[in-house]
Write a protein that binds this ligand. Structure first.
Ligand SMILES: [Zn+2]
Length: 456
């Protein structure tokens, strides 16, 4: 009789492709799913999943982990086995170097990367002012760098147009053409200039229309969750009906986090959105724990302090409305604090995925377990073109979760109310590439089975 590396017994297997739930045992060997059977099987390590679901590991399509292990661990305990970095126009450019280094040093979860336009590529070619457009020779240089990044395995190109309001439409189109040519995804943090600015979404749709590229609209709730979600969903749904390949991701909070020095916190921008200083919370740096005041705002901006601000805004119901559409996947938007301290972060870093299952599956019952699992596994796998991830079939990568749906709960909170880095409960086991990394909700330290995912 075969002895498998790991056996998960008695679980309810949620297969997102077949949209089925079956009682079966799974045997894992060599990092892959090797057997799925109703019969009794033996493993070197055995997990009893009685009364729990077993599903593929989550793919977080919108994240900024970019090699930060502390941040990765908070994703791991939520069930994220693959994170996608380089979003919103930032992150590493030299992807071969980045992937090689990550694989050498070891990482707990798998990493795929976008190459970012609005901070990274622009800065590399000398466009340091976010309010100006790039010259044609700078665009050409960025195209070459993007092409190189795709050849090195980048999953696509990301834009953070709200952070580079000067980027011309031409610049965006010319770069998107390179992604289209290589069959890669373009993720777009839209050029939002007011809470009801749907033209920014129309611009993103236009990019798909003119270039034929697949577009991923970033963190829908942070862009259109302050009163215009229905209109935003309608625009995207109509674009999809007309044949465009458009996806979107969205998170579980209305309050977003970003750096104080960015254009998002320009005075004009703050005014356009109607944000009050006392609704902006300093999450990191030497003033952490305080609300912003006009005086602090001015001094932090003048001193170019590298601090993260959490801006309390948005309409809670629009979180859930966004996630009901079948092309919208769950994302965390997680990223490390500039200080590197994991307790100086947004609770999204540790709470997004369990919060989704707790709120929408268990409490509201607005979405089924199968649909919820799909949004965190198969839908991002399809958007990214991953055939071995986000699926539960013989031979696919053994990235697997054992979840107690009765207990799943997020414990992280904003730092004035609780701990932003508190681990969730109910995600009892996380297996990455056939290795148990989370065991009864706790990380097995030093286990680094994550791999770089290089798209070819
Ligand atoms: Zn963003």
């Amino acid at each position: 009789m075969d002895i498998w590396d790991i056996v998960i017994k008695n679980g309810k297997l949620v297969n997102p492709e077949r949209e089925s739930v079956v009682h079966c045992n799974i045997g894992i060997s060599g990092g892959k799913i090797s057997i799925i059977t109703e019969q009794d099987i033996k493993g070197k390590e055995e997990i009893d999943a009685k009364n729990k679901i077993v599903c593929p590991g989550f793919i977080d399509i919108h994240a900024h982990i970019d090699g930060d292990i502390g941040c990765a661990k908070l994703s791991l305990v939520q069930g994220v086995t693959t994170t996608v970095g380089g979003n919103c126009g930032g992150g590493p450019i030299d992807l071969k170097k980045f992937f090689d280094e990550q694989d050498k040093k070891g990482f707990p979860i798998n990493q795929a990367q976008f190459v970012g336009h609005s901070f990274s590529l622009r800065e590399r070619v000398g466009v340091t002012d976010p309010y100006i457009s790039s010259t044609s020779s700078q665009i050409k240089q960025m195209q070459d760098l993007a092409e190189k990044a795709f050849k090195e395995g980048g999953v696509g190109l990301s834009f953070g147009l709200e952070y580079a309001p000067g980027a011309s439409f031409d610049e965006v189109i010319e770069l998107s053409r390179v992604a289209a040519r290589h069959g890669r995804l373009v993720s777009i943090h839209t050029r939002l200039s007011a809470p009801d600015d749907l033209d920014s979404l129309r611009e993103a749709i236009k990019i798909a229309e003119l270039t034929g590229v697949s577009v991923q609209i970033s963190h829908l709730v942070y862009q259109y969750g302050a009163g215009v979600m229905s209109e935003a969903i309608e625009l995207i749904s109509n674009a999809r009906k007309s044949g465009l390949n458009i996806w979107a991701d969205s998170g579980m909070y209305t309050s977003f986090a970003t750096h104080i020095v960015t254009s998002v916190f320009d005075e004009e921008h703050i005014k356009n959105f109607g944000w009050e200083f006392n609704h902006m919370f300093i999450a990191s740096g030497k003033h952490k724990g305080q609300s912003l005041t006009e005086e602090l705002y001015r001094s932090m901006r003048n001193n170019k302090e590298d601090a993260v601000i959490i801006c309390f805004t948005g309409v809670e119901d629009e979180i859930y409305e966004a996630l009901l559409s079948d092309y919208v996947m769950l994302s965390s938007d997680t990223g490390p604090s500039p200080t590197g301290n994991i307790d100086e972060c947004h609770p999204q870093n540790a709470g997004s995925f369990p919060r989704f299952f707790r709120k929408m599956v268990r409490e509201q019952k607005s979405i089924s377990v199968i649909e919820a699992v799909k949004k965190c596994t198969l839908v991002p796998a399809e958007a990214l073109g991953f055939s071995n991830k986000g699926r539960l079939n013989l031979g696919t990568d053994a990235d697997l979760l054992v979840i107690d749906m009765e207990r799943i709960i997020d414990k992280s909170d904003f730092s004035d109310k609780g701990r932003p880095d508190a681990y969730p409960e109910g995600i009892d086991y996380v297996i990455v590439n056939g290795k148990i990394v989370v065991d009864k909700g706790q990380i097995r330290e030093g286990v680094m089975p994550g791999k770089s995912i290089r798209v070819v």
